[in-house]
Design a protein around this ligand. Structure first.
Ligand SMILES: [Fe+2]
Ligand SMILES: [Fe+2]
Length: 258
């Protein structure tokens, strides 16, 4: 894993969130849009606000591995970037006249789930949230006319696309060490958890989605498609990892048959 490239990326990129100037002027969204969107954003704000202490602790699991040298530093910076999202979202929730949350049930489930098993599972649960976030922020960017919401969602969306690539680079190297059946089972349980989670999130945010003119069922479907695209890229990455390992064997086979 090219951890140094990720360290460089996060060090430069997160500062752009910290210094972001949002457009001035009052929010002109009508109440039937503003209120549910503010409530929905408050849930995402809480989700991005974790301290990351357990993720940091888990990341020590791979610290002794040569190909993950620097991963702990990259994870530290990744967590700081997520916290910068939380701060940006808090500014937007306040702009929309919403109330910041300290606790919310879907967020609590996410946090409990994330730390049940090991680092790979923690990253996987995080990924589910990021795949949903990709669709969610994209929907807000396209459908919410408030200029501050659009500026914020455009930047967070860009960051989340990078996060998806960051997690994919990590997981592709880990999944490449699994057996064939292990990979299949891992992908299956990931898909099942993702589908259940998207169903719950689409229902939980139904008022905001409808205010944006999106049916919750369509949102859910787009989140599932986001998982399919991501998983296809992971499969490709894992296949590429396999290639250098199988190359000497293939050469040996050629030598024998020649
Ligand atoms: Fe985020
Ligand atoms: Fe993220």
């Amino acid at each position: 894993m090219n951890t140094q490239a990720w360290i460089n990326h996060f060090e430069v990129n997160t500062r752009l969130n910290d210094t972001m100037v949002l457009p001035d002027g009052p929010c002109t969204l009508p109440d039937h849009e503003r209120v549910p969107i503010a409530a929905s954003l408050a849930t995402f704000q809480l989700g991005e606000s974790g301290s990351g202490s357990r993720l940091r602790r888990y990341s020590r699991e791979v610290a002794p591995l040569e190909n993950f040298r620097g991963y702990q530093r990259a994870i530290d910076l990744f967590i700081v970037e997520e916290q910068s999202h939380s701060q940006l979202l808090a500014r937007i929730v306040q702009r929309l006249g919403g109330t910041l949350l300290e606790k919310q049930w879907t967020n609590s489930v996410f946090r409990r789930l994330r730390f049940l098993v090991n680092l790979e599972f923690a990253i996987q649960v995080l990924l589910t949230a990021e795949l949903i976030a990709e669709v969610y922020y994209g929907t807000l960017y396209l459908r919410c006319p408030d200029p501050a919401v659009r500026k914020m969602t455009q930047k967070i969306l860009r960051d989340e696309m990078k996060h998806l690539a960051f997690q994919r680079e990590f997981l592709s190297e880990r999944v490449a060490t699994f057996s064939g059946i292990g990979r299949w089972l891992w992908s299956l349980q990931f898909q099942i958890i993702h589908v259940i989670t998207t169903t719950v999130v689409a229902w939980d945010h139904r008022h905001a989605l409808r205010a944006l003119g999106v049916k919750p069922a369509d949102f859910r479907q787009r989140c599932i498609q986001a998982w399919e695209r991501w998983q296809a890229k992971l499969d490709q990455d894992v296949a590429n990892h396999d290639f250098p390992q199988s190359l000497p064997r293939a050469e040996g086979q050629n030598a024998i048959s020649a």
